[in-house]
Design a protein around this ligand. Structure first.
Ligand code: ZN
Length: 139
């Protein structure tokens, strides 16, 4: 058994091929199975092999193929968190735009051009609130 097993993808345990169980079927072919002694994660051959060595190589291949670099998983979690923050910021910006449009329309319809100053003050207030809401997302 020359090939090494990568650590368990579920619990991270360093495992060795010693625990690989090879079974001979009634037709003389071989299947192999490996179970993580710590968490029970399982790899199994899905076909029958003509030799014990082929079955072992296949189960090692299956086990290793499903392994994922923990650094990549950590990076993935970082990116997911970043994505969630950006999605929140988009909603906040959308709300700001709606507030600005709503303020401009209401002020114009109700009071005409004379209240441009009041509309600007309300818009300024919306922008100020939004600025602080955006800062909250990063905390
Ligand atoms: Zn495990």
């Amino acid at each position: 058994m020359g090939e090494e097993l990568k650590p368990c993808r579920r619990c991270g345990l360093d495992v060795t091929p010693d625990g690989i169980e090879v079974t001979q079927t009634d037709t003389g072919t071989y299947t192999a199975r490996f179970e993580c002694p710590d968490c029970g994660e399982v790899a199994e051959t899905c076909m029958r092999h003509s030799s014990e060595d082929f079955a072992v190589a296949d189960v090692i291949d299956d086990w290793n193929r499903r392994w994922v670099d923990p650094a990549l998983l950590a990076r993935l979690a970082e990116l997911e968190a970043e994505k969630a923050k950006l999605a929140r910021k988009c909603v906040i910006f959308q709300t700001l735009m709606e507030n600005i449009m709503g303020t401009a329309i209401i002020e114009t319809e109700e009071h005409g051009d004379q209240t441009a100053g009041a509309a600007l003050a309300a818009i300024r207030g919306s922008i100020y609130d939004t600025y602080h809401e955006l800062q909250e997302v990063d905390r």
